[in-house]
Design a protein around this ligand. Structure first.
Ligand SMILES: Nc1nc2c(ncn2[C@@H]2O[C@H](COP(=O)(O)OP(=O)(O)O)[C@@H](O)[C@H]2O)c(=O)[nH]1
Ligand SMILES: [Mg+2]
Length: 368
């Protein structure tokens, strides 16, 4: 019951910090540590309940098990996962979800470790998840190089989870959304979601987070590193990393360039005057991290005070609802029965006995 002890200690030693943090972010009546009444049930349901209780107690082992459950492709596991998530949602806990993107080598892992260590030193509990489109192809993972987060992975107030290997980005992202919900139920204050910047994955991570950070490296020349406009438009903050040693001057220049580029973008309703903004950090020398955190908190507070936080989460819920519907519809096409029917209608269509539109209508009618 190591996790429970850790968590109790965390509560005792860090209550003040947490209260301050949550108040600063505008959380009022935060349902943290609310007693959750668990009805007695039998069999599998009881097992789920005890897993649920252990998660609510902040046990990292139970959290890891639950994430494995939501990542499973088995139908019975899916049913258990849905039940567990429904049960845990009643606790109503929220964390600050921070999405972080950037090309390989820019320093995401190093940043997450330094930033995560800074947060845990303040008494916060930090979870790290990954959405990794490359793992969808290769089975590899950006957090596979966990050695890079050696310090953070030893921290009892941190939880690190590599990217699940699924066969497509959408699948990874849907499960990551559920993993975030599990981390929140396990009372993590901040959930960091890392992704490699390769196009579509940023969009997905932005749909999973309250704040979206873009990590960039100092540019050698005068180019804006080919960051796509669409990605820039999603960023709440641009962090130019490696602002240390020989790279410091280049980082400062790059940061000024991006600050200028951000000012040219259309103003977004969810931003106060000074956002989105660019700043320099050094993940290795741990410079600028506190400042970046202050800015993140300021932005979060403003958004909460002005209704944008809730509106964003509501919009995300609608987005994922749509995704779930699309995914489920496609899954219905994937059964043996549906494939056989497709095959039959294909023959009809190719022999001109049915128009494609009529065949599609018949196919869909048969699905419901
Ligand atoms: N000089 C300097 N190097 C850094 C900094 N952050 C990361 N690096 C180095 O950049 C390389 C890639 O870092 P990593 O965190 O693995 O990048 P990722 O692929 O984005 O996760 C490593 O060799 C790091 O040591 C930094 O703040 N300053
Ligand atoms: Mg990395």
């Amino acid at each position: 019951m190591q996790g429970t002890e850790d968590h109790q200690q965390h509560i005792q030693s860090n209550n003040l910090h947490l209260t301050g943090f949550l108040t600063a972010l505008g959380w009022t009546n935060h349902p943290r540590r609310r007693q959750v009444v668990v009805p007695q049930k039998i069999g599998v349901e009881m097992e789920m309940d005890s897993l649920g209780d252990r998660i609510l107690n902040g046990e990292r082992r139970a959290l890891a098990r639950a994430i494995t459950l939501v990542e499973s492709g088995r139908a019975d596991h899916r049913a258990q996962a849905v039940e567990l998530l429904t049960h845990l949602a009643q606790a109503g806990r929220q964390s600050l979800r921070i999405g972080l993107s950037g090309t390989p080598g820019v320093g995401k892992s190093t940043f997450i470790e330094s930033f995560g260590m800074m947060l845990t030193a303040q008494g916060l509990r930090v979870a790290v998840l990954a959405v990794d489109p490359s793992s969808a192809r290769s089975g590899g993972s950006i957090l596979g190089d966990k050695t890079r987060m050696e310090r953070l992975s030893r921290d009892k107030n941190a939880f690190i989870r590599p990217s699940p290997s699924q066969n497509h980005l959408g699948g990874v992202a849907r499960r990551t959304r559920e993993a975030i919900a599990l981390c929140e139920a396990a009372d993590f204050d901040v959930v960091l979601i890392e992704t490699v910047g390769v196009g579509q994955s940023e969009t997905v991570v932005a749909e999973l987070s309250d704040l979206f950070l873009l990590l960039l490296a100092p540019a050698g020349g005068d180019e804006l590193q080919g960051v796509k406009r669409g990605i820039m438009e999603m960023a709440d903050m641009i962090l130019v990393n490696k602002a240390d040693g020989d790279l410091k001057a280049a980082a400062t220049r790059t940061c000024a360039d991006y600050a200028g580029a951000l000012r040219l973008l259309r103003k977004r309703p969810q931003d106060p005057e000074t956002f989105p903004k660019a700043m320099t950090v050094s993940a290795v020398e741990e410079h600028g991290l506190e400042h970046a955190w202050e800015e993140m908190q300021a932005l979060t507070k403003w958004r909460r005070d002005n209704g944008h936080w809730e509106a964003n989460r509501a919009a995300q819920a609608r987005y994922w609802f749509g995704q779930e519907v699309r995914h489920s519809l496609l899954a219905r096409l994937d059964t043996a029965q549906a494939k056989a029917e497709m095959e039959r209608l294909n023959t009809e269509v190719s022999q001109g006995r049915l128009s494609p539109a009529l065949a599609a209508e018949q196919m869909l009618a048969g699905l419901s």
